[in-house]
Design a binder for this molecule. Sequence first.
Ligand code: MSP
Length: 517
Amino acid sequence: MPSDDARYYITTPIYYVNDVPHVGHAYCTLACDVLARFMRLDGRKVRFLTGTDEHGQKVEKAALAAGATPQEFTDKVSQNFRQMDAVMNFTNDDFIRTTEPRHYKSVQDLWQRLFDAGEIYLGSYAGWYSVGDEAFHTESELTLRDGKRYAPSGKEVEWVEEPSYFFRLSAWQDRLLELYEKRPDFILPETRRNEVVSFVKGGLKDLSVSRTTFKWGIPVPNDPDHIMYVWLDALTNYITAVGYPEQESADYRTFWPANLHMVGKDILRFHAVYWPAFLMAAGLEPPQRVFAHGWLLNKGEKMSKSLGNVLRPDDLVERYGLDQVRYYLLREIPFGADGYISHETMVTRINSDLANDFGNLAQRVLSMVHKNCEAAVPQPGALQPADEALLGRARALHGELRAVYEVQAFHRALEATWAVVGEANRYVDEQAPWALRKSDPERMQTVLYVLSEVIRRLAILTQPVMPDSIGRMLDLLALPEEARRFDALETPLSPGTALPKPAGIFPRFAEVEGDAA
Ligand code: MSP
């Protein structure tokens, strides 16, 4: 197994192309982007994957409704997700589409391995299917309303009866439970883990893994009347992208098993039950972790195209600013829980956390440096206990962030960072460098040096969340690219370095008429 402190493979779900990209999708990829950026800056070799899930009945129906062939339709709509990545400044290293030849090859190989191992057999399926979820359901899971049956997600189900291949999921119950037992952090958060454990303890049925009543998908090797179940096809993307079936390839050896599959809570079962079972049955390693995040809600309902309540990432970015949106989404909602987003809380975060707390700290300090220290990094004298205390807090932050990012607690990372911002602001008020200017200019230099150093550390560590704005803040400290990596954290600012004229980094959000609507 690759050494874990050296590499980091992180994936988003691959998005169904029947939907327009909305802020729910952006939220999930954003979380991955921040982790990928953090790990890169921390010296790890990162692979960050996202993409689109293009097969299945749901997409076939959407193509038909749009008057296009599925291929034309997916070619077009997949682009929307690439655009979302660009708008949100995501740094994925790869973008996979399940319609690519590399993926066909990979899925067919995986199928063949499962078949050869006796894990797949031919039978026939009779039961309920939800096209909306691309999932099979038992009668007991359904709700009856006006003569129609609905899946737990609220999507309508239809009766399906057809020949089908089955995966022997029932045989994997004990080995799955053993996996959850041995690796207590395989599924996070813990409440979600407990749900999965009780689901598996309740018993597993063999899973239907092929369909014969539509065509848009990857055919079963040697039996092309059968199209593979879209989830078997889709989940395999995570290994396709690192070179499967070439298990000896450098990519596969370096990056598999993935460190983290980030998913929404609605698709946890597919990732934490079916996927590790498929992999183990094929003799491959399961991923190291599946994290299930919560939903972004709009008026209490999950945001989704079918409910007509979506917010578009590009609209939010245009209205509030890119880094503001990135910060807000990860700061406002404890990661893992469901949460609401609203104009009011967005404006509060922008004006108080960004403009007042961090922005103003940098602006005040760097303007004083510019005016009173000949526009260069000040020369510190002997440090006093208050200086040491603040610097100590800032020094400890890297370790604190490593620990919280390791468990995907973005909100805690930002809380910890802003706690140091708050300390720094209190220190400015207590030390009052503006008063020292006349009474003790040497001490003023020390205080401004300490503050510049603290801003440097805070900024370096905040780059993953707000890369552009913080990049500008680091420009104001005249730090070259290599001085922005985490291994440069212990290299302090060099007194006497010329600094550019400071400029505001985080503007206040000014309400204009109609904004609050
Ligand atoms: N195609 C499957 C995933 C296959 S992965 C091998 C799929 N696609 S999806 O587009 O419907 O959803 C992808 C992810 O977006 C899910 O994890 C889902 O939870 C997330 N979100 C969709 N709407 C969301 C919100 N309103 N809020 C947060 N995330 C949500 O499922």
